[in-house]
Design a protein around this ligand. Structure first.
Ligand code: DP6
Length: 323
């Protein structure tokens, strides 16, 4: 086979990946845990074609060159090395969510690319092997390979740093209400951000405490304990942002509307509502809650100042091939 199509969901980190011990290999300084986002996906077709002089990348109908293409070719080169395929590839990728809508697209993109490229090159790799390859494109993409609730083990090196499923999607009916707030400026991207993490004096403390947070988060998922989960993911997100804000230069991703959503969520929590926020490297807020109350939570979120729109997603499955 020289052509294959794969689909992968983005994911939201409950325990965050922030900082690498090896930036080239994307070996993180701590493990992370996430949930795949159902309903949102990237679909990517890779075809190796002997007639091509260079790799070609088309995202949502537009040709991409420069840095974006280089990052994709880096993954294709690894696949060519392992498979013996010599041809250059055409990569056609579509997201069903707007790029830059505040849902990290690199996780779904590199997960779909890793799966489609290995299959197109005739490699029948295990989930762990594909997750490792996806990690080399974007760290969080390793977590978009397995299904449902996923843990990326930091590992001792390249070989054992990959993601595994903790529980399948149907294990726990959680929702992520993705709150999109207006943003005029484009903040610093994750790759540059990871490189700054160690300049914050708080990073050492965040990393030293990560095993505790991972253990609590894993336990909360396995026991379907929302109160435990909500408290730990919110603390983890706040700790990552404390590191970001105190890096040199400091990365401040929040906008007034971000803080408005955080405050509202905290108020609902003190009124006994099962809801918690987590925020990645941008101003949008992911509000996690049981699916049963996600519609009313989303309604309430829409009425807050500065909120542009709210997407409701459930728990997504594994990256998979499309016939
Ligand atoms: C804040 O995986 O986007 O979303 O490996 O450089 O592509 P690269 O970084 P990326 O970092 C994700 C950072 C985060 C937290 C997380 O998803 O764990």
């Amino acid at each position: 086979m020289t052509t294959a199509t794969a689909q992968a969901h983005p994911n939201i980190a409950f325990i965050k990946y922030w900082g690498n011990r090896d930036a080239g290999l994307r070996l993180p300084v701590n493990g992370s845990i996430s949930m795949n986002l159902d309903g949102l996906f990237t679909k990517t077709t890779v075809s190796f074609q002997p007639s091509l002089a260079v790799d070609e990348l088309i995202i949502n109908g537009r040709e991409v060159t420069g840095k974006g293409l280089e990052r994709v070719s880096f993954i294709l080169d690894l696949v060519r090395q392992k498979s013996g395929v010599k041809a250059q590839a055409e990569v056609i990728s579509e997201n069903n969510f707007p790029t830059g809508a505040g849902v990290a697209s690199s996780a779904a993109a590199f997960a779909a690319l890793a799966l489609a490229a290995t299959k197109a090159a005739g490699l029948n790799w295990t989930e762990a092997q594909v997750s490792r390859l996806a990690r080399l494109g974007s760290g969080s993409a390793s977590r978009s390979i397995p299904a449902g609730f996923v843990e990326w083990k930091m590992g001792s090196g390249d070989e054992d740093s990959y993601a595994v499923s903790i529980a399948p999607p149907e294990y726990w009916a959680l929702a992520d209400c993705v709150v999109l707030v207006s943003s005029s400026h484009k903040g610093t991207g994750s790759t540059e951000g990871h490189a700054l993490a160690s300049t914050s004096p708080f990073q050492v403390v965040r990393v030293a405490d990560s095993t505790r947070r991972l253990d609590i988060c894993r336990q909360a998922i396995l026991e379907r304990d929302f109160d435990l989960l909500g408290a730990i993911i919110q603390q983890d997100s706040d700790m990552m942002h404390a590191v970001m804000i105190t890096s040199q230069p400091g990365l401040f991703y929040w906008e007034p509307a971000t803080l408005g959503v955080m405050t509202a969520v905290r108020q609902w929590q003190s009124g006994g509502v099962q809801v918690a926020y987590t925020i990645d490297a941008g101003p949008n807020v992911h509000v996690i809650c049981p699916q049963a109350i996600s519609k009313s939570i989303a309604e309430n979120l829409r009425s807050l100042p500065g909120v542009n729109s709210v997407l409701i997603t459930g728990v997504g499955g594994a990256a998979h091939l499309i016939p």
